[in-house]
Design a protein around this ligand. Sequence first.
Ligand SMILES: NC(=O)C1=CN([C@@H]2O[C@H](COP(=O)(O)OP(=O)(O)OC[C@H]3O[C@@H](n4cnc5c(N)ncnc54)[C@H](O)[C@@H]3O)[C@@H](O)[C@H]2O)C=CC1
Ligand SMILES: O=C(O)C(=O)Cc1ccc(O)cc1
Length: 277
Amino acid sequence: MTNVGIIGLGLMGGSLSIALQERSNTYRFVGLDHNETHQQQALELGLVHEIVHTLDEISKCDIIILTIPVEGIIAISQQLHDLDEKCTVIDLGSTKAKISSSIPESIRTHFVTAHPMTGTEKFGPKAAIPKLYENKVVVLCDMEKSGTHQQEVAKKLFSEIGMKLVYMGAEEHDRHAAFISHMPHALSYSLANSVMRQEDASSIVALAGGGFRDMSRIAKSSPHMWEDIFRQNRANLIEAIESFEVELKKCRHMVENGEWEALNKWMSEANTLHDIL
Ligand SMILES: NC(=O)C1=CN([C@@H]2O[C@H](COP(=O)(O)OP(=O)(O)OC[C@H]3O[C@@H](n4cnc5c(N)ncnc54)[C@H](O)[C@@H]3O)[C@@H](O)[C@H]2O)C=CC1
Ligand SMILES: O=C(O)C(=O)Cc1ccc(O)cc1
């Protein structure tokens, strides 16, 4: 039996437990969460077999999964100690550079820093879903800093739930993530707020079409989680927002000046994104 400790019983931790339980009965799940309602829900939903209340109890597990907001991951990693030689700690945070560089040297080889490129705008144990990880990419960062055993454990775990493994340095990961994930969340929050400041609720309900719903979906995401991500990836995010502002200004300029041919060409360039997605 492999004992898995999950710190943070929400969408990511809960979905990981469901996926592993569907594929094997050799795992036993122990959970830690600072929210009592989430502890209860996780037990009721069968996401964990047992709730514990201290890091010492979780530290005895073979595998420890960190699925709490990214500032919490750094705080918890400072408190983990006396880990068994074979213990593997895997964090699933959306940022990687600050996490990777702040893990104490004494436990660095125990750690694997990973980012599953999958998720939803929902959060908490009730948001956990079975197929979240299937056929999706997980980016494994700074793997040369992890122990040989820990690398193997993480690769086996992510492969077992049907993920595709991609390797990258943590700094490089954060730059890509700023453009492809973090900036789009900043835009969605901005879109939601700008429309709500101009339009009343009844007009939004009456007129919201698919496009507006698509683009504002991720504005429903957890402010706690995203505040931490924006804080940790601040410099890259600012650069990504600036590059977006350049494009938006181009669009505004062409509309203001009636440059319709140029606007049409600029839109056709954007169309090509979906040739590669
Ligand atoms: N939501 C998403 O789509 C994705 C999230 N991630 C990352 O995964 C991590 C977890 O995200 P979710 O599962 O979506 O969040 P969530 O909000 O659904 O779950 C987090 C859980 O951790 C608990 N928690 C928070 N701080 C804690 C602490 N210090 N000690 C104990 N429990 C604590 C909360 O009560 C909650 O139950 C984050 O680091 C996030 O950046 C990565 C990929 C996708
Ligand atoms: O809901 C969506 O479309 C997302 O983009 C979810 C998401 C959130 C955070 C991540 O680090 C990765 C994926």
